[in-house]
Design a protein around this ligand. Structure first.
Ligand SMILES: Cc1cc2nc3c(=O)[nH]c(=O)nc-3n(C[C@H](O)[C@H](O)[C@H](O)COP(=O)(O)OP(=O)(O)OC[C@H]3O[C@@H](n4cnc5c(N)ncnc54)[C@H](O)[C@@H]3O)c2cc1C
Ligand code: SF4
Length: 543
């Protein structure tokens, strides 16, 4: 193999995990190859078009997966430079401190992580700086201890959301500002990269002002001559050496041609479902159940959160443009009348009639879809789903991904909805009093109330890390127990899913694993921190 195909580190995937790791390793001078199956998202007006994005699913992969019965699944996932962070809502939460320990839920046990919150804390701070998170410490009653303030003040509420926050507070709750990765400078609106628009959550940012892994990590990493990115490079298999101890070759399909690359270290970061699929597809004589799978956990314990979108319709309109500023965690670990964790309440981007029409939700009495869209507060509810070994990713005889999932811990989610309903009934307005709230309506763009199987936005857990090689595939550094040079840094490593969005934890963990890799590559970390990219490369928000 020519030197052109040999690298110190190969990173597969450019999302929250892979993109962040590439950024962290870039100043090391090591030869780094980044392989990404997708291309850059085209910058075009459709980026912000609700029909193109939500109805035509223009940017979703056209890849077909199957459910257990062989029925087609059209996964709501995106293959681009930056991965799903190009489309995410950029709500960037730390897990709660207790999420790292074992927690009893109504539906069973959420297992402990092999690392403590304290071990990840400095990396959360780094990730919040890198992804320019806007938030206010001290408002969220479940917030874990943090060494530093957020790098940017919280994104302010618009009037209707501020009114709701006041109502919730009057009802005894502790609403807080959602920590958000958008490059908004409210003090200098004329110079602010982010224009606070209504097409953020689920949409790519046309003006590159969302804190995504392409803009903040991959592109800056590519300024280093030692870093190479190949797009449209689909990794098909990982081949091991004869002893089966090392990944020896990465087999890539590019422009219809198979190519092979070698890396002293190979990092898989394809997203929890595709990473598991890649390891399973790479089975060989030494690893007959798939790579790194002596434990038989690869592909198992798939989690994706139990999520619902609920529209609270009020008689008063909701003219909010950027709606994702408010969250409620008062029920995260339980309440007086339900002594188990329930989860997290926040918002999706403001729903519009075009998007609603595609799903034909139940219509509130006396309302049209247009009126509903104008009057709804659009809540996003997240409850923890528990790691069940039968919920899993497998590969069928045709090489397609099969996703098997039976929802669990649903009582917690039902209780969360009931608690929100109660809180909304207490909301009031000067014109209609408590009668302003008309009820909660599910946005059933998808059939039924919960986001279904194809909604894999929060996928995690399929290559769990742990201390025991019999029950986990990765060690505490996210290195495969069974191989000496294989790491995984996407959402696969979660042993439990908690109930806040996973992005920031994936980013922070990638930085943590990055430090481990720098040590392994004998790059002096102290010097690195002083000269590295952290302070100089991140595009600063003007102002
Ligand atoms: C609409 C939407 C809204 C969301 N909102 C939030 C939010 O507000 N907050 C939050 O924290 N999270 C949110 N998420 C989830 C968040 O985006 C993911 O948790 C995060 O991006 C996962 O990071 P990852 O590195 O595991 O995988 P990804 O970001 O999915 O990256 C995986 C990358 O690997 C590439 N790849 C896959 N297979 C291969 C292969 N075989 N060869 C080469 N490349 C491959 C993919 O193209 C992709 O670029 C949202 C997701 C979606 C879809
Ligand atoms: S301009 Fe701001 S609000 Fe609009 S998509 Fe970009 S980051 Fe999101």
């Amino acid at each position: 193999m020519s030197r052109d195909n040999q690298f110190d580190v190969i990173i597969i995937g450019t999302g929250a995990g892979g993109g962040t790791l590439a950024y962290h390793l870039a100043p090391s001078g090591k030869r780094i190859l980044i392989l990404e199956r997708g291309d850059y998202v085209a910058r075009e007006k459709d980026n912000w078009d609700p029909k193109a994005v939500n109805v035509d699913a223009k940017y979703n992969t056209k890849e077909l997966w199957r459910d257990l019965d062989g029925k087609e699944l059209h996964p709501h996932t995106n293959y681009y430079v930056g991965g799903n962070t190009k489309f995410y809502g950029a709500a960037l939460f730390r897990l709660r401190q207790k999420d790292f320990g074992e927690i009893r839920h109504h539906g069973g046990i959420s297992p402990a992580w092999p690392i403590s919150y304290d071990e990840l804390e400095p990396y959360y701070t780094q990730a919040e700086n890198l992804y320019q998170v806007h938030g206010n410490r001290g408002e969220d009653p479940t917030e874990p201890p943090a060494g530093k303030a957020y790098p940017w003040p919280a994104v302010s509420h618009e009037q209707r959301i501020q009114h709701l926050a006041d109502d919730f507070r009057a009802a005894g709750l502790n609403p807080f500002h959602t920590p958000l990765g958008v490059m908004l400078d409210e003090k200098n609106p004329r110079l602010s990269p982010c224009i606070r628009c209504n097409t953020c959550d689920g949409f790519p940012c046309l003006v590159h002002a969302k804190s995504d892994a392409q803009v903040l990590c991959v592109d800056p990493a590519l300024q280093y001559p030692n870093v190479t990115l190949l797009t449209n490079a689909l990794v098909k298999r990982l081949e091991t050496d004869g002893a089966g101890r090392e990944v020896h070759e990465v087999v890539v399909e590019r422009n219809g041609i198979l190519e092979t690359y070698c890396g002293s270290i190979v990092v898989v970061s394809c997203g929890a479902i595709n990473s598991a699929a890649l390891l399973l597809r790479s089975a060989n004589d030494r690893h007959p159940n798939g790579l790194a799978n002596r434990s038989d956990v690869v592909g198992r314990h798939y989690m994706g959160h139990t999520n619902s979108v609920l529209m609270a319709i009020s008689k008063c309109p909701n003219p909010t443009i950027f709606q994702k500023t408010l969250s409620v965690n008062d029920f995260y670990f339980g309440s007086k009348d339900f002594d188990y964790p329930m989860g997290h309440i926040s918002f999706v981007g403001k729903l519009d009639a075009i998007t609603l029409r595609a799903g034909a939700p139940a219509i509130a009495p006396g309302f049209t879809l247009e009126l509903m869209a104008k009057h709804s507060l659009d809540f996003w509810l997240t409850s923890e789903d528990l790691p069940d070994p039968s919920n899993r990713v497998t590969i069928n005889r045709d090489g397609e991904i099969v996703l098997t999932y039976t929802p669990n811990n649903l009582k917690a989610h039902d209780q969360l909805k009931a608690h929100l309903q109660r809180a909304m009934k207490q909301s009031t307005c000067s014109i209609h009093g408590h009668q302003c709230h008309e009820g909660l309506f599910a946005r059933n763009l998808y059939v039924g109330q919960r986001i279904p199987l194809a909604g894999v936005a929060h996928q995690n857990g399929t290559i769990r890390f742990g201390r025991d090689p019999k029950t986990s595939a990765l060690d505490a550094n996210c290195k495969a127990h069974d191989l000496d040079n294989l790491y995984v840094v996407d959402g696969s490593f979660f042993p439990s899913s908690a109930a806040v969005n996973p992005g920031l934890t994936i980013m922070a963990n990638a930085l943590r694993v990055g430090d481990h890799l720098l040590q392994r590559l004998r790059v002096p970390i102290a010097e690195y921190a002083a000269n590295g990219s952290k302070s100089t490369m991140a595009p600063a928000v003007v102002g």
